[in-house]
Ligand binder design. Structure first.
Ligand code: ATP
Ligand code: MG
Length: 416
């Protein structure tokens, strides 16, 4: 027996409707905001993520699935969706088209993590990217997309926002952080000692308890923002008010990726503890240039679909069930089964969901099976019926039966 790889999951036939529901709501919400779907490759050149995610991030230093292909190229399975979207934007010259370019994706993502509830090695994201607009109204609009989705799915979440400024503010802040952390250097975890040297901002993102304790008293980045970044943050708050979206400012949010500038945000569930962050995003005005394009501002976010589903299950969120068969055809003997098969084929052609027996069950067992499937009607074809060209149609809800001619099968079931 070969088992599923650690940190991956199957979606079983009886559960896929939940995925389809979440995805359909995501597509519906996207449409309202005029976001167009994109699909980019599952793997990219490793270099894209080194540059586009950042070589001091956990993703790049520890979590990437990287391998050499048979042509000796270094390839990486995408750990997130933004870098690929940005590459696509540059490579296809979309900056030369109408701006902003608003898009969304639903994609698998791969990270070599320690698997636990809501933390997998292959997981899925719904993500949004808006390229070309620099104003805080666009940040608020991205936040509004995520907010609409989460609310539509019946989740209780809290929005945390922060600004991590521009490279100028960050230089000041990194200095302040270094001063603050220097006396605590010995108490920090191994990774944070490196972060201290390479990218002090990353210290705030550490998940080790010892580091988290020290972080609590770290200076706030909001005190280091330059005038423009401060004004941008104030504008964001205004626009969130206009959108009637509640938020809380959390100066500890720095996000896991290196390319963020100014606005960063997270939606955290108020109903579970451990992996409560369902959505993370922000502005990344430096990314397109970093990847070789002209400077184009951008903002986006990603929602973890497994975490969404987990939360929905936890709060008992309502999910419309899958459509059940309209009619189940039960045939008494071989000749009747053939007729059942034929009628099924006819009805499917006009779009009616039908089912029949494939296991040579008795009529009684077929009724049981039809009940299990949740069929609305059971159409029984016995020897007499076959001769007369009719079937006995029983409505499962009322128990009432009527006789329907084979010739009328479409007319009778269409619209039922
Ligand atoms: P975390 O702090 O939980 O590690 P992150 O900052 O690494 O999250 P992002 O890179 O912002 O996460 O990804 C966006 C969203 O994708 C997260 O909010 C989460 O819902 C989901 N996500 C991230 N990593 C995983 C994972 N390993 N398994 C399942 N979902 C994930
Ligand atoms: Mg992570």
């Amino acid at each position: 027996m070969i088992n599923i790889p650690k940190g991956t999951k199957d979606v079983l036939p009886q559960d896929s409707y939940k995925w389809q529901y979440v995805e359909s709501v995501a597509r519906e919400v996207s449409k309202k905001f005029n976001l167009k779907e994109i699909r980019t490759p599952t793997f990219e050149h490793t270099e894209l993520f080194l540059r586009g995610v950042g070589d001091t991030t956990d993703i790049v230093t520890k979590e990437m699935y990287t391998f050499r292909d048979k042509g000796d190229r270094s390839i990486t399975l995408k750990p997130e969706g933004t870098a690929g979207a940005a590459r696509m934007f540059i490579e296809n010259g979309l900056a030369g088209g109408v701006l902003p370019q608003k898009m969304y994706y639903i994609t698998p993502a791969f990270r070599y993590e320690r698997p636990q509830a809501g933390r997998l090695r292959e997981f899925h994201q719904y993500g949004v990217e808006i390229f070309g607009a620099k104003g805080a109204d666009t940040d608020a609009e991205a936040i509004m997309v995520a907010d609409s989705l989460l609310k539509k799915l019946g989740l209780q979440v809290k929005l945390y926002i922060n600004s991590i400024g521009c490279p100028t503010c960050r230089a000041n802040y990194n200095k302040a952080l270094k001063e603050f952390f220097a006396p605590h250097l010995e108490e920090l975890c191994y990774d944070c000692k490196t972060r201290f040297e390479k990218n002090p901002l990353r210290l705030l993102d550490c998940k080790e308890e010892a580091c988290k304790k020290i972080n609590v008293n770290a200076p706030s980045i909001l005190d280091s923002l330059c005038e423009e970044c401060s004004a941008h943050f104030e504008e964001l708050k205004d626009y969130l008010k206009l959108s009637e979206i509640d938020y809380e400012i959390n100066p500890r949010i720095v996000r896991g990726l290196d390319y963020y500038t100014r606005t960063v945000f997270e939606f955290v569930s108020t109903s579970i503890g451990a992996q409560g962050t369902v959505c993370g995003g922000g502005r990344y005005d430096g990314l397109i240039k970093e990847l070789g394009g002209n400077a184009v501002p951008a903002v986006g976010f990603a929602v973890g679909i497994e975490r969404l589903l987990m939360l929905m299950e936890n709060v008992g969120a309502r999910m419309p069930e899958e459509q059940k068969p309209t009619v189940y055809f039960a045939g008494m003997d071989n000749a009747c089964r053939k007729k059942a098969f034929e009628l099924c084929a006819k009805l499917r052609k006009v779009g009616v969901i039908t089912e029949t027996d494939h296991m040579e069950r008795s009529i009684k067992a077929q009724f049981k099976y039809a009940d299990k499937l949740g069929a609305k009607y059971v159409a029984v074809i016995g020897g007499n019926e076959l001769e007369q060209g009719v079937m006995n149609v029983k409505c499962m809800a009322t128990g009432m039966s009527v006789s329907v001619a084979f010739a009328d099968v479409e007319a009778y079931f269409l619209g039922k």
